[in-house]
Design a protein around this ligand. Structure first.
Ligand SMILES: [Zn+2]
Length: 479
C-alpha cells in the first residue's frame, strides 16, 4: 500500500514537472477549430444580421480577423468537413456521398498535427462526422456526443473511448451544451505540449428545436406559430426539405426563420463557454460553418440541394495568437484554406495540401491577389452534380444530371445586384463570363481526373468539354 501510494504521488509530481518544463519551451499555439452545422454567414451578427444571434462569435471577430466572403467546399456536411480536415476539394478526398469515406491514403489535419507532437481530440455531433467517415484519422480522442449519455469518464484509455463511439446519431439527437461540456472537460486537463481541439456542433440543423428564451425574443406570437404547428410539420417531408412547389404561409416562414435563429443563438452560447476557457495569448481559434442553409429562398429548407449561396456562404473568424486584431477581409476565400492555415500556425509545414493556401497571407499590410474559390456537390440530396466558381462578386454555377452526366444548366450570379442569387445573369457576349467558364472548365476536368485517380468506381461522366461548351451555346447561354 505504502509503495503504491508513493508511486502515484511521485508520478503525479513528475507529470506536473514535465508539463511545466515542456510547456515553457514549446511556443507553438494550442489550436481550437469550431465548426457549426448549417451556419450561414448572413444570419450571424458579424455577417451583418440584425438579430443578436451570435454575440460570442461577434466578440471573437472584433479581436481577430473576419473573412466576410468564405465559401464551403461543398453544400453538405461530409464532403465539406472532409475538405476542412484535408485541405482538399471533395473530388480529391473522395467523401462525396453518404456512403463514402475519406480515402485512407489522404493525410488529415489531425494526423499532421499529431505527428508534430500535438495532442488531438474531437467532440462532434453528426452522423456525417462518425468515425466510419474517416474524419477520426489522427485524433487520439474522438467522441460522437449524444445528449442523453451525459458526461463520459475522463477520456483516455482505448476502452473508454470505444464506449463513446456509437455507430450513428440522428440529426436531432444533439445538443451544443453537451458537446461544449465535453470539450471544456478536455481543455481543463493539463497536457505537456500543445493541443488541437475540433468541436462540431449540429444544433442549427433541421428539424429546428425551439430554443428559449431566444425563439420568443425573435418571434413573439402565439404558440401555434412554433414548431408544433401542424401546418409546419405537414409541409416537411421528413427529409429536411420543404417541397419547392408548396406555398408556405408567411407566418410559418417567419416562425421557421426564428426557429433557426434560436438554434444559432443557443449554439453561440455553447461556443462562448468554450472560448471563455481559452488563454488567447497562446491559442489560435477558428470558427466557421460546415455549409449554410436554405430558408426557402429557392423553395427549400435545408442544404445539399443546389449549391446556392445560402448553402455555401459561411462565417469564418480567426483570433488569438499571431492574429491581427479587428481586421476584415473581403477577398473571397475557401474553407479548403483552413488546413494549410493551421499547419502554418503550428509550424507543421513541409507538406502542403494542393488545394488551399494559408490565410495568414491576409495578415500583413496590402491585399494579396484573390484565388479562385471553387465548390462542388457530387452526391448530395439534389439530382444534379454541381460545380461553382466565385471570383469577386460573380459566381458561375454549372449543373449536370447526376444519372446521365448530361449538362443541365449554366448560371451566373452577380452578388452586387442580386445577393440572394434569385436572378441569374447570362449575357451572351460577356467576355468575363467566358473567362469564368474557361477557369471552371479547367477545374472540373482537374477534379474529374483526381476523382477517378482516387479509385472510386462510381464516378460518372461529368466533364465540361469543349463540345459541351458548344452545347451551352446551342442552348442560348453563350453566343
Ligand atoms: Zn452539415
Amino acid at each position: 500500500m505504502f509503495w503504491s501510494k508513493l508511486v502515484i504521488v511521485a508520478g503525479a509530481l513528475l507529470t506536473e514537472a514535465a508539463w511545466v518544463e515542456m510547456g515553457r519551451h514549446d511556443s507553438r499555439p494550442d489550436i481550437v477549430l469550431v465548426t457549426v452545422d448549417c451556419l450561414r454567414s448572413d444570419h450571424t451578427g458579424c455577417g451583418g444580421y440584425a438579430r443578436n444571434t451570435t454575440p460570442a462569435l461577434d466578440a471573437l471577430a472584433r479581436r481577430g480577423v473576419k473573412f466576410e466572403t468564405a465559401l464551403a467546399a461543398a453544400d453538405w456536411t461530409l464532403p465539406s468537413l472532409a475538405s476542412i480536415m484535408t485541405g482538399l476539394h471533395p473530388s480529391r478526398h473522395g467523401a462525396v456521398a453518404a456512403w463514402a469515406k475519406v480515402w485512407p491514403q489522404t493525410q488529415t489535419l489531425a494526423e499532421r498535427l499529431a505527428g508534430r507532437g500535438y495532442a488531438t481530440a474531437a467532440f462532434v455531433a453528426s452522423v456525417f462526422a462518425d468515425p466510419d467517415t474517416g474524419l477520426a484519422q489522427g485524433f487520439q480522442i474522438y467522441q460522437v456526443c449524444k445528449p442523453q449519455s451525459g458526461l463520459p469518464p475522463p477520456p483516455g484509455s482505448p476502452s473508454e473511448l470505444a464506449e463513446e463511439l456509437p455507430t450513428s446519431v440522428e440529426p436531432r439527437d444533439s445538443d451544443a451544451s453537451v458537446v461544449a461540456d465535453r470539450a471544456i472537460r478536455w481543455l481543463e486537463q493539463p497536457l505537456p505540449g500543445p493541443r488541437f481541439l475540433w468541436v462540431h456542433i449540429l444544433d442549427p440543423h433541421y428539424p429546428y428545436t425551439q430554443r428559449e428564451p431566444y425563439f420568443s425574443q425573435f418571434h413573439p406570437g402565439p404558440a401555434l406559430e412554433g414548431p408544433e404547428d401542424p401546418d409546419f410539420r405537414s409541409g416537411a417531408d421528413g427529409n429536411d426539405v420543404w417541397p419547392g412547389g408548396k406555398a408556405l404561409p408567411e407566418r410559418l416562414q417567419s416562425s421557421m426563420v426564428a426557429l433557426y435563429d434560436s438554434e444559432v443563438r443557443y449554439t453561440d452560447d455553447a461556443i462562448g463557454r468554450i472560448l471563455a476557457k481559452l488563454d488567447m495569448t497562446r491559442t489560435l481559434v477558428v470558427v466557421t460553418g460546415d455549409h449554410g442553409e436554405q430558408l426557402r429562398e429557392h423553395g427549400w429548407i435545408g442544404h445539399g440541394h443546389s449549391s446556392s449561396r445560402q448553402e455555401l456562404h459561411v462565417p469564418l473568424v480567426m483570433a488569438g495568437e499571431s492574429v491581427p486584431v479587428g481586421k476584415t477581409v473581403a477577398t473571397p476565400v475557401s474553407l479548403v484554406d483552413v488546413m494549410s492555415t493551421l499547419l502554418t500556425a503550428a509550424d507543421a509545414t513541409g507538406w502542403e495540401p494542393p488545394d488551399g493556401a494559408p490565410l495568414q497571407r491576409f495578415f500583413g499590410v496590402g491585399n494579396p491577389a484573390a484565388l479562385d474559390v471553387f465548390s462542388e456537390s457530387l452526391e448530395s440530396l439534389g439530382c444534379e452534380q454541381v460545380y461553382s466558381l466565385l471570383e469577386g462578386q460573380k459566381r458561375l454555377v454549372v449543373r449536370f444530371d447526376r444519372k446521365s452526366g448530361a449538362l443541365g444548366s449554366l448560371s451566373c450570379y452577380d452578388w452586387q445586384v442580386d445577393p440572394q442569387e434569385l436572378r441569374p445573369v447570362l449575357e451572351a457576349k460577356d467576355s468575363s463570363q467566358r473567362a469564368l467558364l474557361d477557369t471552371l472548365s479547367r477545374h472540373v476536368e482537374l477534379m474529374r481526373r483526381a476523382f477517378y485517380a482516387g479509385g472510386d468506381p462510381t464516378g460518372r461522366d461529368i466533364r465540361l468539354t469543349p463540345g459541351r461548351i458548344e452545347q451551352l451555346a446551342a442552348l442560348g447561354y453563350l453566343r
